[in-house]
Ligand binder design. Structure first.
Ligand SMILES: *[C@@H]1O[C@H](CO)[C@@H](O)[C@H](O)[C@H]1NC(C)=O
Ligand SMILES: *[C@@H]1O[C@H](CO)[C@@H](O)[C@H](O)[C@H]1NC(C)=O
Ligand SMILES: *[C@@H]1O[C@H](CO)[C@@H](O)[C@H](O)[C@H]1NC(C)=O
Length: 599
C-alpha cells in the first residue's frame, strides 16, 4: 500500500517536472490560435487599378493588421473627424483584419483624420494607428503606425494606390519579445529561431520566396522589348532579398551569345522571357550570374548558418538577337556553368540522396560547413541534352528532383481570382501527424498579367497595389497551424511604395510574417512541434531573443527620412484636439472641441 502510494507520488512528481520545470511539451489545450470569424475584406477593384485618374483620387483605403502572437489585439477606442468610414476592430490571435477607412474627400479643407487605439491583451503594450489626409489625392493620405509605446518606433506610410492597404504585422509575444514590420531586423532569421525550427523538416517551415529573383534590373543583354515596366519583377537585388528574408529563389539562367556564334558567349545572365525555347523570345536580361554569386557570398559571410535554396531553370543559350532560336547547352557550357557555381561559398556537397531534401530537418542543412549552413542550387534540366550532366554532387549542385516540390502557379491576372485559387491549394493539404503532406509546397502569390496590362501599369504596380497587400488579410486568414504553404513566392519583395527601394525605405511585412508563422502559428501544431511553443515558454526557459540591432524607438517618414532619437513627445499625426463633430467608436458625437484625453 505504502509502496503504491509512493509510486503514485513519484509519478505525479515526474509529471510536475515535465509540465512545471521545463514545461517544454506542446499540448493541444494550450492552443491560442483563434478560429473566430473575421469580417471579409476587399480586393482593390480592377477598374480602379487600371484607371490612373480615379485611382489617384480614391478616398477609400485599408489598414491591415496581422496578429502573430498568442495575445488578442483589443481595440480600446477610436475617434474620427469627417471620415465616412472608420471601421476598426479586434484582431484575434493568429489572424488578420483589414480595417476600412473612407475620407470625405472634399477639395476644400482636408482635415479628415482618425485614430485607433489598441491594447495587446494580457500585456501592458499598446499601439496606435493614426490616419490623416492633407489633400484629396492618394499621395497625401498618410497612415502613421505608432508603436513607440512598445519601444518599436513609429512609421509614416503612404498608400500604394487607391483602395489599397497599408499593413502592420506584429510577431512574437510578451515573453519572447514583440516585433513589428515597420523595419527589418537581423538578416539571418533562420539562425535566430534555430531552436524552434532545427528539428522540423524543411516541408514544415515557411519561407519567403522571390519570383524571377535576378530581375531586379534590366541589363539589355538581349535586344528585345522587355522593359522595366513589363519584365522587371523585383526592386532589390539578391543580397537585399536575402536580408529581407527570402530563402527560395526562382532563378532563370541562360548563356548569352553574339549574333552568329553559338560557340562563344558573353557569360551567364538571368533572363526573364516568355518562353526560353521559342524561336523569338520576348523579355530581357537582369543580373549577371557573377553578381548573383557575389551577393550570395556577401550575405552568407555576414549571416552564417541559414539554408538557402536556388531553383534554377532555363539553362539554355540565347543569341543577343532574340529571333534565332535557343542554343542547347553542350557539356562544355555546362561544365563552365558548374565551375562558375563553385565560387559560391557554403555549398553542401554529397548530401544524402536517400531522403528527399524536403524531408530533412532544417538542422541537417543549417549545421553544415561548421555551422555556416547551406546554399543549395537545384537545377531543372528539362532543356538539357542527354549527354549533359544535370548535377554535380561533389560540388553541392543537385537536380531539382532531389526535393519533392509542388509548385502552385495560378496563371491569373486579377487578384480576386488569384487569392482564392492559391488559398484553396494550401487548404487542401494537412500538415503534421498521419496524412501529413509530404512535399514542399510553393504558393505563387503573384499575378500573371497579360502583355497589355503589364505594359500599361507595370509589374511593380501589380505587386505593390494588388497582390502583395492582399496576402496579409486574405492569405494570412487562411493560414492555420494545420494548413500552410512552405514557400510564399512574391514579386517585389520588401517594396511598399513605388520605386522606394533603399534599404531603409523597404517595409518588413514579409520578414515578420515568416518569423511569426514559424515561431507562433506552426508551433501550435503539436504534431509538428513536440515542444511547447517558444512564445508561450516562461521567460528564462527559452531564449528571449532580442534582435541583433539595438532597441530602436525612432521614426521613419514616408519620404524616407529617418530619425533615430526623436523627442519623447513627438508623435507625427497625433490629434491633440478633438474637434466639435468628432465621432467616437460608440457613435457619440462631440458637440464642442476638447483636448484629446487619449494623448
Ligand atoms: C521628410 O518628411 C519629414 C516629416 O514631414 C520632414 O520633416 C523632412 O524634412 C522631410 N525630408 C525630406 C528630405 O523631404
Ligand atoms: C462613448 O465613448 C466615449 C469615449 O470613450 C465615452 O466618454 C462615452 O461615455 C461613451 N458614450 C456612451 C453612450 O457609452
Ligand atoms: C458644434 O457644431 C455644431 C454643428 O456645426 C454647432 O451647431 C454647435 O454650435 C457647435 N458647438 C460649439 C460649442 O461650437
Amino acid at each position: 500500500m505504502r509502496i503504491i502510494r509512493s509510486l503514485a507520488l513519484v509519478a505525479s512528481f515526474a509529471r510536475l517536472l515535465v509540465s512545471g520545470q521545463n514545461g517544454d511539451v506542446c499540448r493541444p489545450q494550450d492552443r491560442t490560435y483563434s478560429d473566430e470569424t473575421i469580417p471579409a475584406g476587399s480586393f482593390q477593384p480592377w477598374d480602379l487599378f487600371l484607371n490612373p485618374v480615379t485611382n489617384r483620387a480614391s478616398a477609400r483605403f485599408y489598414v491591415s493588421i496581422v496578429n502573430l502572437t498568442p495575445h488578442r489585439f483589443v481595440l480600446e477606442h477610436t475617434h474620427q473627424y469627417q471620415m465616412d468610414t472608420f471601421s476598426f476592430g479586434d484582431i484575434p490571435q493568429g489572424r488578420a483584419r483589414q480595417n476600412a477607412v473612407k475620407y470625405r474627400n472634399r477639395w476644400a479643407t482636408q482635415d479628415d483624420a482618425g485614430e485607433a487605439y489598441y491594447r495587446i491583451d494580457g500585456t501592458d503594450q499598446r499601439f496606435v494607428v493614426r490616419l490623416k489626409g492633407s489633400a484629396p489625392l492618394v499621395e497625401n493620405r498618410k497612415v502613421i503606425l505608432d508603436l513607440s509605446g512598445m519601444n518599436l518606433g513609429q512609421r509614416e506610410y503612404k498608400f500604394p494606390g487607391g483602395e489599397t492597404s497599408v499593413t502592420l504585422v506584429i510577431a512574437g509575444s510578451a515573453r519572447w519579445g514583440l516585433y513589428a514590420s515597420i523595419r527589418h531586423d537581423r538578416g539571418g532569421w533562420m539562425r535566430w529561431i534555430y531552436d524552434t525550427i532545427k528539428d522540423r523538416p524543411i516541408r514544415h517551415l515557411i519561407m519567403p520566396g522571390s519570383h524571377d529573383a535576378g530581375m531586379s534590373r534590366i541589363s539589355n543583354k538581349i535586344l528585345s522589348i522587355g522593359t522595366v515596366f513589363n519584365t522587371q519583377t523585383q526592386g532589390i537585388n539578391i543580397y537585399d532579398q536575402l536580408r529581407a528574408g527570402s530563402r527560395w529563389f526562382d532563378l532563370r539562367v541562360a548563356s548569352v551569345h553574339p549574333a552568329y556564334d553559338s560557340g562563344r558567349y558573353d557569360g551567364f545572365w538571368v533572363l526573364h522571357v516568355n518562353n526560353e525555347m521559342a524561336d523569338v523570345v520576348v523579355g530581357n536580361s537582369g543580373e549577371s550570374l557573377d553578381d548573383v554569386i557575389n551577393e550570395i557570398n556577401r550575405f552568407t559571410g555576414e549571416n552564417p548558418g541559414e539554408v538557402i535554396f536556388f531553383s534554377v531553370r532555363y539553362l539554355v543559350g540565347r543569341y543577343q538577337v532574340p529571333d534565332r532560336g535557343p542554343i542547347v547547352w553542350t557539356p562544355g557550357i555546362m561544365n563552365d556553368f558548374f565551375s562558375k557555381l563553385r565560387a559560391i561559398n557554403n555549398r553542401c556537397a554529397n548530401l544524402d540522396l536517400g531522403t528527399g531534401f524536403q524531408n530533412q530537418k532544417a538542422s541537417y542543412f543549417m549545421d553544415r560547413n561548421g555551422g555556416k549552413g547551406c546554399v543549395i542550387f537545384m537545377l531543372n534540366g528539362q532543356n538539357l541534352r542527354e549527354d549533359v550532366p544535370k548535377e554535380s554532387l561533389g560540388d553541392g549542385i543537385y537536380a531539382a528532383g532531389r526535393m519533392g516540390v509542388r509548385d502552385m502557379w495560378s496563371d491569373k491576372m486579377k487578384v480576386d481570382a488569384l487569392a482564392p485559387d492559391q488559398i484553396n491549394g494550401w487548404r487542401a493539404m494537412k500538415r503534421g501527424g498521419s496524412g501529413d503532406y509530404d512535399q514542399l509546397y510553393i504558393a505563387q502569390w503573384i499575378s500573371t498579367p497579360d502583355a497589355v496590362a503589364s505594359t500599361a501599369v507595370g509589374l511593380q504596380a501589380f505587386a505593390i497595389q494588388q497582390t502583395n497587400p492582399s496576402l496579409y488579410w486574405s492569405g494570412v486568414n487562411s493560414i492555420s497551424p494545420d494548413r500552410f504553404p512552405n514557400v510564399i513566392l512574391v514579386d517585389y519583395i520588401g517594396v511598399q511604395q513605388k520605386d522606394q527601394t533603399g534599404w531603409d525605405q523597404l517595409s518588413a511585412e514579409m520578414y515578420w510574417l515568416t518569423i511569426g508563422l514559424n515561431l507562433y502559428t506552426v508551433s501550435e501544431n503539436c504534431e509538428i512541434s513536440k515542444r511547447r511553443s517558444p512564445v508561450l515558454r516562461a521567460r528564462g526557459m527559452g531564449l528571449r531573443s532580442r534582435g541583433s540591432e539595438k532597441p530602436w524607438n525612432g521614426i521613419i517618414f514616408a519620404n524616407g527620412t529617418k530619425i533615430d532619437n526623436p523627442p519623447p513627445d513627438y508623435h507625427p499625426g497625433r490629434i491633440e484636439l478633438l474637434r466639435n463633430g468628432t465621432v467616437f467608436r460608440n457613435g457619440t458625437v462631440l458637440e464642442r472641441t476638447i483636448p484629446n484625453p487619449w494623448v
